[in-house]
Write a protein that binds this ligand. Sequence first.
Ligand code: FES
Length: 258
Amino acid sequence: MIKQEKMKISSQREIASQIFELSLEGELVNEMKQPGQFVHLRISKSIEPLLRRPISIAEIDHTNKRFTMIYRADGKGTRILSHKKAGETIDVLGPLGNGFPIERKKGEKALVVGGGIGVPPLYELSKQLVKQGVEVFHVLGHETASKVFYMDEFSRLGKTYVATVDGSLGTKGFVTDVLEQEDLSFDCLYSCGPMPMLKALENKYPAIEGYISLEKRMGCGIGACFACVCHLADDPSGTKYRKVCSDGPVFKIGEVII
Ligand code: FES
């Protein structure tokens, strides 16, 4: 169930250049089940920035009623957010959207591919897959080494490859370059990141069962404003659509036009 709550900041730290890890605690965490869902944060009570900001859930800790987000402080709202300290509160609406389906058989293999600030929701996903006995491989793409985060955390869950555009860490290039080199075999693909990366994966693996999480500009976050629509792939009339915030953000590969 979607709830709104003033949640307390339990910690905040910069984990890579302009990348912040923020943990909040409160009752709302009880509602979080599926990896890949997101929350909408009201960052400031003052006039600007008025809109809530959608941020994905990176880790859920039901025992301590705490969840963690990882975000990039590159806009006015997220820069204000990055200055908040433990003990302060934030108005949170969530959990929102439909996340990754994770019902898999023990012993299956999953390829988990993330790009930039699309990487965080894949952490909780991977944890839940591993808990079910799924073997996970991660391929994570970033601009440069100073932007890379959670390599140890991902590596503890499964084999983890990294690509950086400038070659400062791991393979030089994109996640697709790692996939060309490694020729991994897997039963299911999960991905979140920039549209060109998702498109490349869709083209590379047209026949595989896969799920992608889309990043779209959002308004309301609850299906009311139509700011986030994308069109269905299997619709010659071009009139059928899905809302990323409430129907997604996770879709089956090939379901919507990206
Ligand atoms: Fe308003 Fe999706 S953000 S409908």
